[in-house]
Write a protein of this length. Structure first.
Length: 204
């Protein structure tokens, strides 16, 4: 009887081993297929990065799990990759070019007839995917340097946007310009640019 039990245990071990082996092979096969399927898209990104000196890339699974894209694709990394693979190559290239060939220096004119007041100015940037609002004080023709302007960036698009991580601001041109340098990442269904900077000059 003990021999029968041991025999059954050995059989179960073999079954479990074969099942685990099947899973590993299946997972590896899926990963290889996904990689092969995305190869033309990686090639497009590499070509664009080389031409425009950018660092656009497709998220890894770990990066995806830690990024805002996680909620956009219901936490499904395969869905994120399938979305890319389902995109026509020409359209994918065009969308990538929209991301890298973006105006990153924006000049804004502020017109005001009032004096010594607290005011706000909002401007669209990153192809209208984001808005930047500056809260400031001025005396009509110059910024009031005794007040430290506040900057807020909002997202107007859930699938393609700039996520600001930090910013710096400085008064320029005899205090007639307040220049904001915003740093962060751009997220889109096509890929991510990790180190993106936008400069917005608010001019009185």
């Amino acid at each position: 009887m003990i021999n029968n039990i041991l025999k059954n245990v050995n059989i179960m071990k073999k079954i479990i081993f074969l099942f685990c082996l099947f899973l590993i092979v299946g997972i590896n096969s899926s990963n290889v297929n996904a990689t092969n399927k995305l190869t033309p898209y990686y090639n497009i990104i590499d070509s664009i990065n080389e031409k425009y000196d950018e660092d656009l890339y497709i998220l890894s699974k770990k990066e995806f799990n830690d990024s805002p894209m996680y909620s956009n694709f219901n936490g499904d990394y395969s869905l994120y990759l399938d979305n890319i693979a389902a995109t026509d190559l020409k359209k994918f290239e065009q969308e990538c070019l929209k991301i890298v060939k973006i105006e990153d220096v924006i000049n804004v004119s502020i017109y005001s007839n009032t004096r010594s007041t607290l005011a706000k100015k909002t401007v669209l940037f990153y192809n209208g995917n984001n808005s930047m609002t500056l809260t400031y004080k001025h005396n009509g023709s110059k910024f009031d340097t005794s007040y430290n302007p506040k900057v807020a960036v909002t997202q107007n698009n859930k699938r393609n946007y700039f996520l600001m991580s930090s910013y710096t601001g400085s008064f320029k041109n005899s205090n007639t310009t307040y220049s904001v340098i915003a740093k962060g990442k751009t997220y889109s269904a096509q890929g991510v640019i990790a180190n993106k900077t936008f400069t917005v000059n608010f001019n009185l």
